[in-house]
Design a protein around this ligand. Structure first.
Ligand code: AMP
Ligand code: MG
Length: 357
């Protein structure tokens, strides 16, 4: 079924892109695939009411078809024909939609099982990015869209990443520049007005608790799935965002971790995802992939996936190190992505035990 000729439209805010949006919406209505920017990461979209479009998305991504897709709507109430909504959904919608929040609700028959990976629930999101919103409105259908990366690669945070992964596999790529957040949406599953956080994102647990008094955090958010644990979200089963070189996360006192990183950075084949303020401390020949300042979690979220892609593209990197993010606030989303990229490899740096490799 591949290759397809892929058209790339560069859209910036100062030009009128009605024609590109119209063409992309027509492709979607005809069962084709369109990559589009959102405020979180780029999405790989197809008509969520068309089972063939869902199959095409899985094929283009190389994604297992039991990993369900999020459906994107232009307005929270537009979910009505597709999902069984509730009070808690509209409370969350009033505070966080449009925005980087996905809510899982019981599905209606209008959404094919191929979109939900066979589940009887459906994930709904209302993005705030103007291009995403215009595309949904113009197509007149909900858009099923996972992140626009090949399976196992970091989510794309700019059009170049999506072009790298999907050119020749989709009909249109809408280039809307860099994504603001850089990490995928927060996912909350609602059951009887109670919430379970399945994936942390820019909307933090504290943000959610201000609206939803009953919120628990799925254990798989911060730990490997335990043997026999019920999988609440099929995506939890898969190792996502894996860089080619194995990644080790370091925890310990700042000065100890930094000293360890400086020693490692001098060795051949070692790459470091470092903080900006560490750059001048590192040896001149070090392979560095800066993620932002130590306390600037927004910038780290914005840059993490690009840094992982840069590390993949750099020659001769055999081993990667990064700081273990904190679990508080936006840090929880960074922590969740980092532990998965590292396949849960975390090493505690203790100055009394100076040698590890
Ligand atoms: P992505 O589309 O790449 O952002 O990934 C979407 C995530 O949402 C995956 O981890 C899915 O497993 C999860 N997801 C989507 N729909 C559902 C659902 N109905 N129930 C549980 N998790 C879901
Ligand atoms: Mg994804």
């Amino acid at each position: 079924m591949f290759p397809v000729e892929t058209k790339v439209f560069k859209l910036n805010t100062s030009t009128d892109h009605t024609n590109a949006i119209y063409e992309a919406a027509t492709v979607l209505k005809n069962g084709g695939l369109v990559v589009f920017p959102t405020e979180t990461v780029y999405g790989l979209g197809g008509d969520a009411t068309n089972p063939d479009a869902a199959q095409a998305i899985y094929a283009a991504k190389g994604r297992p078809s039991d990993n369900p897709l999020i459906i994107h709507v232009a307005d929270p109430a537009d979910a009505e024909p597709y999902a069984v909504t509730c009070d808690a959904y509209y409370r969350l919608a009033r505070h966080f939609m449009p925005g980087p929040l996905t809510v899982i609700l019981p599905k209606k028959d209008t959404i094919p099982f191929s979109v939900t990976g066979g589940l009887d629930s459906v994930a709904v999101r209302c993005p705030s990015h103007p291009i995403a919103r215009q595309l949904i409105q113009a197509s007149g259908v909900p858009i099923a869209a996972p992140s626009a990366n090949r399976s196992g690669r970091p989510s794309p945070t700019c059009a170049a990443h999506a072009i790298e992964d999907l050119c020749g596999r989709v009909d249109i790529i809408l280039d809307g520049g860099d994504c603001e957040v850089g990490l995928e949406s927060t996912i909350v599953k609602l059951e009887d007005n109670r919430g379970i956080l399945l994936r942390p994102g820019a909307i933090t647990p504290d943000d959610l608790r201000a609206v939803l008094t009953d919120l628990s955090i799925a254990p798989a958010v911060t730990a490997a799935l335990a043997q026999g644990e019920r999988v609440l979200s099929p995506g939890m089963k898969y190792r996502h965002y894996a860089p080619a070189a194995p990644l080790t996360l370091l925890e310990g006192k700042d000065e100890d971790v930094r000293a360890f990183l400086i020693r490692q950075a001098a060795l051949p084949g070692v790459g470091i995802l470092c903080f900006d303020e560490e750059i001048p401390l590192m040896p001149a020949n070090a392979s560095l992939f800066p993620v932002g300042a130590r306390h600037d979690l927004e910038t780290q979220a914005h840059r993490l996936f690009a840094a992982l892609r840069d590390a993949d593209a750099a020659p001769h990197i055999e081993k990667l190190y990064a700081h273990l993010p904190p679990m508080e606030g936006l840090g929880l989303a960074l922590y969740n992505r980092a532990i998965r990229a590292a396949a849960h490899t975390i090493v505690h740096i203790d100055p009394c035990v100076p040698k590890i490799d």
